[in-house]
Write a protein that binds this ligand. Sequence first.
Ligand code: HEC
Length: 285
Amino acid sequence: MKIQMTYNKTKKSHNMINKKQSQLSKKAILRLLTFVIMGAFFLTTSFQEVQAKETITPPKHKWDFKGPFGVFKREQLQRGFQVYKEVCSVCHGLNLLRYDKLAALGFSKAEIKAIAGDYAIPGPLNDDGEPTMVKATPGDYFAKPYPNKQAGRAANNGAFPPDLSLITKARVNGHDYLQALLTGYEHAPDDFGLMDGMYYNTYFSGQQIAMPPPLTDNQVEYVDGTKATVEQMSKDVVTFLAWAAEPEMEQRRNLGIKVIIFLLFFTFLMRTLMRRTWRKIKEKK
Ligand code: HEC
């Protein structure tokens, strides 16, 4: 009997200890959870703050080439190409584009030959074994402005001007970002600490960029009489770069629309056929 009682007692105290322990561990888990949630909240907000400080979301623009029925306007592409050729090509390459692709912009073969001829590309070695430069031909890719990255960096305060072939795709909100970047140069605030040879641009990450403001009003003279404001030139060059990144976009989209029209027609045809067949079967019954 005594033994039984002590057994019950110990059992009871065991239960109490277990209860206490589980209450304790519940409290500990709760505390840990609160701690983790607060930590995560603090981390994400401070990370967002850092991100917000690093880059500003560029304002949205209406681009004619966007959306399911978007098209590249030939005149705008030609204007954009003019800006690239006369301004940006001094520092930026377009290595993935061939001169003969410019036919899509409405240039004739002779015009493309003349455009390519304005550029020099590395040719064969001469009899003394030294490298030579030759005129580019329509079948060549766009000439690089610098023979190598080091030369590009040396000419641009240590920063290499990136190739622009895919730049609209390589940046988040590429088209809007480029438009904002090209028009986003400002005077740096007094306390900013702008480094030598750098320029203040709110849209570039870190707000200082090695690219000098590339556009000023009336920098190019458009043949179609369009006023060459900074806003206009940057819209045109961004449109041209968007085309350069995806020259087959229009054909692809046209094919898509044709496929959808065909599928609609096919559905209609099948429905009519099915109705006819069932009508005949019902009539026979
Ligand atoms: C004098 C040389 C020069 C000219 C002209 C120039 N750029 Fe640049 N560009 C640079 C340099 C240098 C950088 C790299 C900047 C850096 O990393 O700080 C750059 C960077 C860029 C970038 C990349 C920005 C990023 O997010 O990394 C774009 C886009 C660009 N330039 C577009 C253009 C366009 C479009 C034109 C013509 C309207 C142009 N640039 C004219 C030198 C130039």
